[in-house]
Design a protein around this ligand. Sequence first.
Ligand SMILES: *Cc1c(COP(=O)(O)O)cnc(C)c1O
Length: 456
Amino acid sequence: MYLHGTSRINEQGHLEIGGCDTVKLAEQYGTPLYMVDEAHIRNRMRQFVDAFEQTCLSYQVAYASKAFSTLAMCRIVDEEGLLLDVVSDGELYTALQAGFPPERIYFHGNNKTLAELDMALAAGVGLFVVDNFTELTRLDRMATEQESKARILLRTTPGVEAHTHDYIQTGQEDSKFGFDYQSGQVIEAVQYALSSSGLELLGFHCHIGSQIFETEGFSLAIGKMADLCKECLESLGFQTTILNLGGGFGIRYNDQDQPLPVSNYVQAIEDGVRKGFQGREIPEIWVEPGRSIVGEAGTTLYTVGTMKEVPGVRKYIAVDGGMNDNPRTALYQASYEAMLANRGAEPPTETVSIAGKLCESGDMLIWDATLPNVKDGDLLAVSCTGAYNYSMSNNYNRVRRPAVVFLYEGKSDLVVRRESLLDLLQNDQLPDRLKKGQAPHHQPNPILEVEGTGSE
Ligand SMILES: *Cc1c(COP(=O)(O)O)cnc(C)c1O
């Protein structure tokens, strides 16, 4: 397992993260446990900011909440001076409860409900990334009624889609998100916004994909977006103030992944922008990474339980979590690395597959991990689980979601407590007629009654 951030093997041969011995963390907090390397998160945020500082661009770096959103995370995003992107009332509520300044929050999503738009307007969020015509007219009407103006970007599909290692340029982008550029939809939306009473158009947004390892896709998309800005200036007199280029910067899950340093992506963005906006005023450039901020900072700790050997085929090792705390292997064929946190110095001797404990054959965490001979009770650490794990976790099989701890300079802090059995019932309601002892239990069964008389 590759050791990211502050992870290291300590003198006892244990995995240590943020100066904390993970074997002790298992004793203190139990397993499964999401462990987060706070220094690594802060470091990644600073890498983006520092890289933009090296350019001559005006910029903002935002964090995409959907990768991992908790009160503690919102505090870190605020402390590091980033903007925050939210896509639901829940993410917005979390940010507001964390005291995140509303003007530094902006709202994404392809189907924001009326209630969500209301909540965001009332909270005074910085801007809305408007996704489609329904939302454009809704937001215009709502802001007009309140005699205010909603600041907006228009989400655009530039016709560039990243498939991790290559890029498809499509004429007509088939996506549920955003206004299509090729067909002229986005220009129509610009015209609407400019003549509206409730909207203040500031610019455009695009997001070409996720876990991207090259800069080419960004360069292509920037070219298209620059053309769009030029067209808006020349034909509508609209000067773009903000150009948001989305997220999607890749991280290293395993040795097949070769992400670029953050500075390379930012350099490519600067080059693309300079080329695209030759001689014209360059808008403020925004990026909104999620995975590349928190992904590598997370490690999940499990306890090994049962094992099963299918002779000549494979050995299954089952842990005390699974697709409820990490659905990515099942959902995306994601590939992870692991190590034994309690025997970190021992060389790997066998290839095993790591299964979860849920009732689903697809509940696998890792196919073919190389580990020392695994025993019942060993602690298994799976790296790179900081993004889209806790945020995608669920209670399938009524399994409780793990706790989350932040590890920083030798101290551990619980930021999400482990769910209790009682938590699982907190939304359940039992109608009176189903309460034990309250309703007649036995209803005569007409079929049985008929059979009874017939046997005479
Ligand atoms: C998911 C998403 C992001 C973050 O993507 P990462 O791959 O986690 O960096 C940013 N912007 C939009 C619009 C997204 O949908």
